[in-house]
Design a protein around this ligand. Structure first.
Ligand SMILES: Nc1nc2c(ncn2[C@@H]2O[C@H](COP(=O)(O)OP(=O)(O)O)[C@@H](O)[C@H]2O)c(=O)[nH]1
Ligand SMILES: [Mg+2]
Length: 479
């Protein structure tokens, strides 16, 4: 057997609009496959390879779906006289109708199956079984190729049991599978199911599963580094400019804006890195729907969403208090500039909790050339690393669980308890690292390594910590 023929290939077939292309997108991690309510979006067969690190694991053939299964079946029945010549009848059918308009959809979807592809038959579990499906299932059965049926529930209706009963008469394996939201485990289970369909697929698909599992671990560990780098950069960031004489309020304001802008850019850049790592290159972002995850790092929502409870703030304030004081206030009155406008209320209450600690301080000093400089930052606020880390973890979690069939903009549900839940168990460890970063500088190699490790653990646990009550549907396997 040559290398190519041992690569499992699956033809995804079924009625139009049942989520075939969605399934292909999810299983090939390809966001560029057209998914649409309009029938006929997939007009030709298209082969989508699933590759990881250049290795081809399996291939999926997206087909247009059946159009005239009833008349096709009629033709086949007239042609075949016994079960032994059915596969041949299918081949004849394709050869004869290849160029005709009438059965173009049927010919296209049968072609890869004749050539040895496995069959994945997709139905919509939200609508009831109808007689017209029987022709499709019969045709597929006649090909004699290994097959599996997937019930993809697109709407609210629930006819899953009815479908299971029917499908199990035609397919050896029947499963529910939401093509758009299937989590990693569900995808792995599906591939393992495929591996049972044909002996020569077993090894390659078991290998595919283990490569996918590795990919997941590696992506998390790379993400931890990306997030750590982001935090380290943000915690170390300060901006400065030369001034003559006393700094004006205007100059100070400008520098604060500059700091804020640079922090936002750092966050954006690292988010993009994580999205790219997960092969989400073109995430659609509708700003109004992205009020929080894509929202402003300095918006009130961010502070609330990833902010600590007042108890936690008080506790953390005791540690944080000792870490500050290295910067000199610009204004003799002792009032320090606060970052930006519009977050006054939040900052106000934070400062109250923190006993006067400010977000970013301004200071003046002379540089080595003897020039007077105004500096804003770095931000020493004890709350700050938790905000940026909380946002990063939630963003990562959203990206990690997002299938490539999902095309709606990403958004977060508002949950005031996210940070509390996220850092409930190991808050002290993070506190220690952040405190030392404030003292030693955020670029310390050892601290960065420790932080990466902690983040890595957190990325693994975050989905459990933040899980809602939605438990994925049980796998239903009929045989
Ligand atoms: N809610 C939901 N919608 C889905 C799911 N799968 C497909 N759809 C929607 O159904 C329509 C058709 O999907 P598509 O994958 O293009 O189906 P195909 O015609 O069989 O290839 C699109 O509007 C999808 O957004 C699913 O699992 N859940
Ligand atoms: Mg399609």
């Amino acid at each position: 057997m040559n290398q190519r023929s041992s690569i499992p290939r699956f033809a995804i077939v079924g009625h139009p609009n049942k989520g075939k292309s969605s399934l292909v997108s999810t299983l090939s991690q390809d966001e560029n496959i057209a998914i649409s309510l309009m029938s006929g979006t997939t007009e030709r067969n298209q082969v989508y390879p699933m590759r990881i690190d250049g290795e081809l694991l399996y291939e999926l053939v997206d087909t247009p779906g059946f159009q005239r299964s009833r008349s096709a079946m009629q033709w086949l029945k007239e042609r075949s006289s016994s079960p032994t010549d059915r596969a041949e009848a299918i081949r004849d059918f394709v050869n004869l109708h290849q160029d005709s308009h009438t059965f173009s959809a049927e010919c296209r979807l049968l072609q890869p199956i004749i050539e040895g592809s496995g069959i994945i038959y997709v139905v919509d579990g939200a609508i009831p079984y109808g007689k017209e499906y029987v022709f499709e299932m019969d045709i597929l059965r006649w090909t004699g190729q290994p097959s599996m049926a997937l019930i993809n529930q697109i709407g609210d209706g629930d006819y899953i049991e009815e479908w299971e009963q029917t499908l199990s008469q035609y397919f050896r394996i029947v499963r529910t599978f939401n093509a758009q939201t299937a989590d990693f485990q569900k995808q792995i289970q599906l591939l393992s199911g495929f591996s049972e369909l044909k002996e020569s697929w077993h090894q390659p698909l078991i290998r595919a599963v283990s490569i996918l599992e590795n990919q997941r671990v590696e992506r998390r560990s790379e993400s931890s580094m990306i997030i750590m780098e982001m935090i380290s950069q943000m915690l170390a960031l300060s901006v400065r400019r030369n001034i003559s004489g006393e700094a004006s309020l205007f100059e100070s304001d400008q520098l604060h804006d500059e700091l804020k802008q640079e922090l936002r850019e750092i966050e954006q850049l690292h988010r993009l890195k994580i999205e790219q790592l997960y092969r989400h290159q073109n995430l659609e972002r509708q700003e109004d729907e992205l009020s929080i995850i894509d929202g402003d790092l300095f918006s009130e929502d961010s502070w609330k969403l990833f902010g600590l409870t007042s108890d936690q703030l008080l506790a953390a304030g005791a540690i944080g208090g000792a870490a500050t004081g290295s910067t000199v206030d610009l204004f003799t009155s002792g009032s320090t500039l606060l970052l930006g406008t519009g977050i006054g209320a939040v900052i106000g209450s934070l400062t109250a909790w923190l006993g006067g600690e400010k977000l970013a301080k301004s200071s003046t000093a002379k540089n080595s050339a003897g020039e007077k400089q105004l500096t804003v930052g770095p931000i020493k606020n004890i709350q700050f690393p938790y905000i940026i880390l909380g946002r990063a973890i939630f963003h990562h979690m959203t990206i990690e669980k997002r299938t490539h069939a999902q095309r709606t903009p990403i958004h977060l549900t508002e949950d005031q308890n996210i940070t509390k839940t996220l850092f409930n168990d190991d808050r002290k460890e993070f506190d220690r690292i952040f405190e030392r970063m404030r003292k030693k500088g955020a670029d310390n190699k050892q601290l960065k390594e420790n932080l990466t490790e902690l983040i890595n653990k957190k990325l693994l646990k975050a989905p459990m910590l933040l899980s809602t009550s939605t438990v994925p549907k049980q796998v239903r396997k009929t045989q």
